[in-house]
Design a protein. Structure first.
Length: 166
């Protein structure tokens, strides 16, 4: 919840301080805090990116992203895990993953819900998941989630991790 609050604050500040066309800018909290905030920290290859049906209230695409997990540092994700993300936007919410690529992921758990800001629909999941269902999501603008080839320092700091057994 703290991450969502931080992202909303950053979003509001950036809306007032910059033009609507500018990219997201947020203050990274660092690996230690990202690990503490995450429900699950793992390394995995994206096996499937499924675009979810569009919402009439928003043109922002949403995805269910499935990973084949090889290693984990927090939680117990099993061999396969699915996270839910919205397409990245200037609000610092969202993530982009590509099939076949290897990532280190810091996923947070939250209940499925629709989120509104000033009585306007922002993003949500209630059309695809029952209200209150626990889902995993990630915000790679502000946390340590990254493609492995760009996360060598993060992987060294995390250490060996635990292998997922078949």
């Amino acid at each position: 919840m703290l991450r969502l609050y931080t992202s909303v604050c950053c979003c509001l500040i950036s809306l007032f301080a910059t033009s609507a066309a500018s990219a997201c800018s947020c203050i990274p909290q660092g690996l230690k805090q990202d690990t503490a905030d995450a429900s699950v920290v793992f390394r995995g290859v994206v096996s499937k990116v499924k675009e979810l049906p569009p919402r009439k209230e928003s043109a922002r695409p949403r995805y269910a992203v499935t990973f084949a997990v090889s290693t984990y540092w927090k939680g117990n994700p099993g061999r396969e895990i699915t996270i839910y993300v919205v397409q990245p936007g200037t609000d610092c919410i969202g993530a982009r993953f590509e099939e076949g690529k290897d990532y280190v992921v810091f996923a947070i758990s939250q209940e499925s819900r629709d989120v509104s800001l000033e009585d306007r629909f922002w993003y949500g999941w209630l059309d695809v998941l029952p209200k209150g269902t626990q889902l995993l999501t990630v915000n790679n603008f502000c946390d340590s989630t990254a493609e492995v080839r760009q996360a060598r320092k993060t992987l060294r700091a995390l250490g060996k991790g635990k292998a997922v057994h078949s």
